[in-house]
Structures are given as structure tokens and as C-alpha cells.
Design a protein around this ligand. Structure first.
Ligand SMILES: [Zn+2]
Length: 261
């Protein structure tokens, strides 16, 4: 899909390598592209006591676990993908013509039953990563101050979301947060920095890192460190901390340049 897009995109102009003066992809160019779908495989790692998200055929356990629908992996996958697609379809700021990033998300495996697309693991069992797609891993984090989620950074295909299972076992129903964590981490894999990173290449184009972090900024991408940036600016940017609803035009252009690099 992406290879085809590259051909289509560049067929009318000079090929890369022929000249140094190829104009960078702009938001106007992006709006002319077909929607492009990135695929995700979902992995669920159990707690040390053996409890895990439930497969569709384990409905009898739902009652024993508190009858919380979010404990069913297929329900969580559904809500997470809905949230992720909504962010990327309608979350872009500052462009009159559209709020659409033109990036979409879908299951890695095209089978009828959602649950057959999920992978389940005992605690500590080795991950069976699916090549060529994003591997989204819902797993426990043993640390005293666990992050909400993490990824290996630019180009990584693995995203880990921590400690959601325990929340649902305790009666929680929040499916919005895993979706926005995923959007944020995917932003990192597609080359985006935190909005509160001092030298963010998009700084000054839709946000100010100082405003994103209460008059301070940080020089790395490993969270807000000693400065508490949670809440961020009223722009509610996905790559800040806080509500994580919007992308800027500069960020969308950077994600697409990474995809079509
Ligand atoms: Zn981050």
C-alpha cells in the first residue's frame, strides 16, 4: 500500500535522488492522498495469578470476574481502534479544509471473529510478534511508578500499554485512555517528539513547548522527568500530556514524511 502511494505521489514530479529540490510534502498534498491504513496485532499478557483478558468463548468467566465487558479482549480492541481512528480522522487543528490526517488503523489479521486476531500469554511468556505490523501489547508493569505506555521510539513496531487489566478487574470502564495512549505512542514511532520537548522541530508551528509544560520544557523524549507537564496547554495535543486529542499540521506533515521516506 505504501509503496504504491510513493509511486503515485511522486510520479508527476521529479523522482527522489534526481534532485535536492523536491518540495516537501505539505498538508495540501496529504489531503489528496487516499486514506492509508496501518495494521495492528493485539497481544494480552496475564497477571502472575493467571488472570487475563477474556476470549469470546470465556463468557462464563465474565461473571466470576465482575461481569465487566471490558475484560473481553474483543471489546477492548473494538473501542481502542474506534478511538484511534477517530483521533486520526478528526483530530487535526489549524487547517480550515479538513481535520483528517488521512491515516487509519485496522486489525492485522483479516478474519471474521475479532478474537481470533488476538494473542494471549501467560505471565512472563515470550511475545510472538507479528512481522510488518504494529504489535500492541497489553501487559502488567511491575515497577512502583509505571508509565501508562511505552514504545522503542522512531520506527518501532512494538507499543506496550501497562496495567489496564487490573483497572478493569477493579470495575473500571475506561476504554478511552488506551486509545489515546496508543495514538501518542504511534506518533512517536512516526517521528514525533513530545510537544514539551524544547527543540521539537514543530515548536512554534501550532504550539510552544514552554506553554506545553507550564513555562518549562525538557531536552529529551522520556517523559516530563522532574517537570510535571501533565495537563499541558489548552490545545489538548496528542503528543503532550493530558487530554491528548489533537495533532498540528506540522506534526501530520512530519508523520507522512516519515511514512513515505
Ligand atoms: Zn511520549
Amino acid at each position: 500500500m505504501l509503496a504504491l502511494l510513493v509511486i503515485g505521489l511522486w510520479s508527476g514530479g521529479p523522482l527522489r535522488g534526481q534532485t535536492d529540490t523536491v518540495a516537501p510534502l505539505t498538508i495540501e498534498d496529504i489531503q489528496q492522498l487516499p486514506d492509508t491504513t496501518l495494521r495492528l496485532a493485539f497481544h494480552f499478557v496475564g497477571l502472575p495469578d493467571g488472570r487475563n483478558f477474556l476470549a469470546e468463548d470465556q463468557d462464563s468467566l465474565l461473571l466470576a470476574y465482575g461481569n465487566n465487558e471490558r475484560l473481553r479482549a474483543d471489546i477492548l480492541i473494538y473501542y481502542t481502534l474506534q478511538e484511534l481512528n477517530k483521533r486520526f480522522r478528526s483530530g487535526m487543528l489549524d487547517y480550515e479544509a479538513s481535520k483528517d490526517t488521512k491515516i487509519r488503523f485496522a486489525h492485522a489479521r483479516q478474519v471474521d471473529k475479532t478474537i481470533e486476531r488476538a494473542y494471549f500469554y501467560a505471565h512472563g511468556e515470550r511475545l510472538r510478534s507479528v512481522p510488518g505490523v504494529y504489535n500492541v501489547v497489553f501487559q502488567p508493569h511491575p515497577g512502583p511508578r509505571p508509565p501508562s505506555a511505552s514504545t522503542g521510539g522512531i520506527g518501532s513496531r512494538t507499543i506496550r500499554i501497562y496495567n489496564t487489566l487490573q483497572g478493569y478487574l477493579d470495575g473500571g470502564t475506561d476504554t478511552w485512555s488506551p486509545g489515546r495512549y496508543l495514538a501518542h505512542e504511534i506518533g512517536h514511532t512516526l517521528s514525533l517528539d513530545h510537544t514539551f520537548k524544547c527543540d521539537n522541530p514543530c515548536a512554534g508551528q501550532g504550539f510552544d513547548p514552554l506553554e506545553e509544560c507550564y513555562g518549562e520544557c525538557v531536552d529529551h523524549n522520556h517523559g516530563s522527568d522532574k517537570v510535571n507537564c501533565f495537563g499541558g496547554s489548552p490545545r489538548q495535543l496528542v503528543m503532550g500530556y493530558g487530554s491528548q486529542v489533537h495533532f498540528t499540521v506540522c506534526e501530520v506533515e512530519r508523520m507522512w514524511r516519515w511514512l513515505l521516506r
